[in-house]
Design a protein around this ligand. Structure first.
Ligand SMILES: [Zn+2]
Length: 241
């Protein structure tokens, strides 16, 4: 416990919270910029087990914001390099990398986890995570960034809304390839996401807001998500509960 002493002294975590963290299993979908930052923070915080799902290779322009990777890693698989780097940071955390892209056929990789973190870059995958997690009562955190803006929102079984209630279809959205991105928005949005992860994993009450940041303008907005009574994911999810 010595390595976590500063976190334990922080009264909202304490020894009780740290014990919860050590027993927790988190799945990270995507290991780009948000995945780099989230995985590093959670590994340093001492979660028990981390699953990383990503099949991309590192390219040179990833180094601007994907903080786990170095020049020598260009051309290598993100999941493999991340696993190596994270094990060097904290050998006590069980880290498993799956070199796969999350699709319908491998959604079982999210099963038996305490929390799923959305570190993807697209709504198609987010809707898959949403559907699986709602149906299987797994808490997950939505996180999206672009330009200097970021959004994050907790979606828990006990909340009465899901991602599909808030965002219906997100076709033809701009991406980092077209709109660009500055790395400080990855760090600031993921800071919110990981803090919420700590609350959820230590059995404390997380935020029920959709948080929207604009780091360039130093602006933070809080929006109360509303349930869509016609949302098919929520209606079908309810049947199973
Ligand atoms: Zn819904």
């Amino acid at each position: 416990m010595e390595r976590y002493i500063k976190q334990i002294i922080f009264e909202r975590i304490g020894e009780r919270g740290q014990k919860f963290l050590i027993k927790s299993k988190v799945v990270l979908v995507g290991c780009g910029a948000n995945g780099s930052i989230a995985s590093e923070l959670l590994t340093r915080a001492g979660i028990g087990e981390l699953i990383i799902i990503d099949n991309d290779k590192i390219v040179l322009d990833n180094l601007q914001r994907q903080s786990l990777f170095k020049e020598k890693d260009v051309g290598h698989l993100k999941a493999v390099v991340a696993e190596r780097e994270l094990k060097e940071i904290n050998s006590k955390v069980k880290i498993t990398a799956f070199i796969e892209r999350l699709e319908e056929k491998n959604l079982h990789l999210l099963s038996n986890s305490d929390l799923v973190l959305d570190c993807t870059d697209n709504f198609k995958t987010r809707f898959l995570i949403n559907e699986y997690c709602v149906k299987n009562n797994i808490p997950w955190i939505f996180c999206a960034v672009l330009g200097s803006k970021g959004m994050t929102m907790n979606i828990l079984p006990k909340f009465n809304y899901c991602l599909k209630c808030i965002f219906s279809e997100m076709e033809n959205m701009p991406t980092a390839d077209t709109a660009g991105i500055i790395s400080s928005i990855n760090h600031s949005t993921v800071a919110f996401m990981v803090t919420e992860a700590l609350k959820i994993l230590t059995k404390q009450e997380p935020s029920k807001d959709l948080v929207i940041l604009d780091i360039w303008k130093q602006k933070i907005e809080h929006i109360k998500p509303k349930k869509n009574p016609k949302c098919l994911i929520c209606l079908e999810g309810k049947k199973k509960v």
